[in-house]
Design a protein around this ligand. Structure first.
Ligand code: OGA
Ligand code: MN
Length: 291
């Protein structure tokens, strides 16, 4: 063993020590980290020093990169493959209250799974903290495998085989942010994913939904939306949720295939928050497509 893992929550989340993520990771360390991800679904590392090159290289260790939407952005970061999870513009100034990108990014405060609105959705996300606000701005995680296990057998039977449509415009629309052009909408058509999946690394069954999940295919719209709301409420009970309070130099890896996450609010008119993310693609999610 080259790494040490301490579980931070009764059902998931490991705090990892004994690894410098800026270094080239030997294969045995990558294997240990992969095993820890499969077991804990979320890994927390402290005291890391990662520039944009390091973060992109770290992502590439674990898979092909899922480029972010980089929505209407003048790029601030070195690589287009990195998601700019900050309230800053290209000049490192705080974004204005009515800034379109700010309004778009507020939907990160709804429970979601990264890129579930794509047919080839997100696998692992790695989020690194450069600047954190003094109060608020935490990130919460929910364990969808534990949530699935805690469903009644009747509910498990009811949802087996259901297919859900996911759309980025559904999550934004929930906050009343609908100001997107036809071209923007056409560029991101909805995706379909099974509601119950088997997590490839652990072979455990998991729910798969979140704020992009719009409705259940073949069901009346209100029935599907009510079921999705019930499942969201179930999965985000405190017993399945861990809150991460950021320190500069923290890196958190989460597995989008079996967790949800959401940012918490902070005073973004007064304080900078500069986090940067890389996400790998889930090649198996494309196989989940249902015609
Ligand atoms: C993300 C995300 C939440 C946050 O990086 O994908 O949703 O706390 N972040 O910023
Ligand atoms: Mn996210």
């Amino acid at each position: 063993m080259t790494i040490q893992v301490r579980q931070l929550h009764p059902v998931f989340v490991g705090e990892v020590s004994g690894v410098d993520l800026a270094a080239t990771l030997p294969p045995e360390t990558v294997a240990e980290l992969t095993e820890a991800i499969n077991r804990h679904a979320v890994l927390v590392f402290h005291g890391q020093t990662l520039d944009d090159d390091h973060l992109l290289a770290l992502g590439r260790v674990f898979g092909n990169i899922e480029p972010p939407r980089n929505h209407r952005v003048v790029r601030r970061l070195k690589h287009a493959e990195l998601a700019d999870i900050s309230n800053l513009d290209a000049k490192n100034q705080l974004r204005a209250r009515d800034d379109h990108r700010r309004l778009d990014a507020l939907a990160n405060q709804l429970w979601h799974s990264d890129a579930s609105f794509r047919q080839e959705s997100g696998a692992l996300s790695m989020l690194f903290a450069h600047v954190v606000p003094p109060v608020g701005g935490e990130t919460e995680f929910a364990d969808l495998r534990a949530a699935y296990d805690a469903l009644t057998p009747a509910m498990q039977a009811k949802i087996e085989g259901l297919v859900v449509e996911h759309s980025i415009f559904h999550s934004r629309g929930q906050l009343g942010h609908t100001d997107y052009t036809e071209a923007e909408r056409a560029a991101l058509p909805p995706a379909q994913h099974r509601l119950v999946r088997t997590h490839p690394g652990s072979k455990r069954k998991t729910l798969y939904m979140g704020s992009h999940a719009s409705h259940i295919i073949g069901w009346p719209m209100p029935d599907g939306r009510l079921l999705l709301r019930d499942l969201m409420e179930h999965a985000t009970q405190r017993e399945f949720v861990h809150r991460h309070s950021w320190r500069v130099g923290d890196l958190v890896i989460w597995d989008n295939r079996c967790t949800l996450h959401r940012g918490r609010s902070y005073d973004d008119a007064a304080h900078a928050r500069d986090l940067r993310r890389v996400t790998t693609r889930d090649p198996e999610s494309a196989l989940e497509r249902v015609a």
